[in-house]
Design a protein around this ligand. Structure first.
Ligand SMILES: NC(=O)c1ccc[n+]([C@@H]2O[C@H](COP(=O)([O-])OP(=O)(O)OC[C@H]3O[C@@H](n4cnc5c(N)ncnc54)[C@H](OP(=O)(O)O)[C@@H]3O)[C@@H](O)[C@H]2O)c1
Length: 230
């Protein structure tokens, strides 16, 4: 299959790219040239190409054209970032930054993929969301609301897309060992998931037969313990 991965340079995105590039053709989206080079080295010899989303909003036509000519079967969003504060401390700047990374950019890119899928009359969108899109957590005032919004977007795309042959699924991982943990106010002690487990969950969804559908896959930590507050 032809698969577009947004957030491919992230820790979860890299694991997904590594696993899926064994059997599929990938178009990997990136912002940072150094990270693109690192990822290209890791995936050397695989069927991957890259697309810059550095000036995303100024380059809609170019990105849409690149998506369309790739004739994708699947679009995966693994973009997002951690922004944490207590309710009383969250600034509007923090809220805006989180909105951009956790909703606005994922929405915009997924909408472009959706437009291509509409024309093709088939396509599969997979959101890497978070358990923070299902539950609120302390210090999550700038993070959880946009993950909830991403779930809302997935619901709408699922309902509107069904009649056009567009499938939509969301994966809700718990705490995953990535660089995002360095930003969290709490430090997990035991029981974290690893990016490869999220990648395997994505692969599982893609291997399902047409007749089967997993709309939401919650990949919880079975026994997470926290060290202390930073
Ligand atoms: N780690 C966890 O515990 C956990 C748990 C559940 C869900 N998640 C979600 O999983 C996704 C991947 O997270 P991760 O842990 O792999 O973190 P990560 O390593 O920091 O990866 C985040 C990815 O998002 C991209 N990104 C961030 N802000 C962006 C923006 N404004 N515009 C375009 N791209 C942007 C990053 O690009 P660069 O590489 O250029 O920085 C990177 O590719 C996120 O949505 C995160 O919320 C993480």
């Amino acid at each position: 299959m032809n698969i577009i991965i947004a957030g491919a340079t992230g820790d979860i995105g890299t694991s997904i790219s590594n696993l899926l590039s064994k059997n599929h053709s990938l178009l990997l989206l990136y912002k940072d040239e150094n990270k693109r080079e690192d990822l290209a080295r890791k995936l050397e010899g695989r069927d991957v190409s890259f697309l810059s989303i550095q000036e995303l909003f100024a380059n809609e036509k170019m990105v849409l054209q690149a998506f369309s000519s790739f004739t994708p079967h699947v679009f995966i969003n693994a973009i997002g970032d951690g922004f944490y504060a207590k309710v009383e401390d969250a600034t509007l700047d923090l809220i805006n930054s989180s909105y951009e990374a956790n909703f606005k950019v994922p929405f915009y890119l997924t909408q472009l993929a959706y437009k291509v899928f509409l024309k093709q009359k088939h396509g599969y969108i997979v959101f890497v969301n978070s358990v923070s899109g299902l539950e609120g957590f302390p210090y999550g005032v700038a993070y959880c609301p946009f993950k909830f919004a991403l779930r809302g977007l997935a619901e709408v795309m699922y309902k509107e897309g069904k009649r056009y042959g567009i499938k939509v699924s969301s994966i809700y991982p718990g705490i995953v060992k990535t660089k995002l943990l360095n930003k969290m106010p709490f430090i997990p002690k035991k029981g974290v998931l690893y990016p490869d487990e999220v990648a395997r969950a994505v692969d599982y969804l893609l291997c399902l037969p047409l007749e089967a559908e997993v709309k939401e896959l919650v990949l919880k930590n079975s026994s997470l313990t926290w060290r202390n507050i930073r």
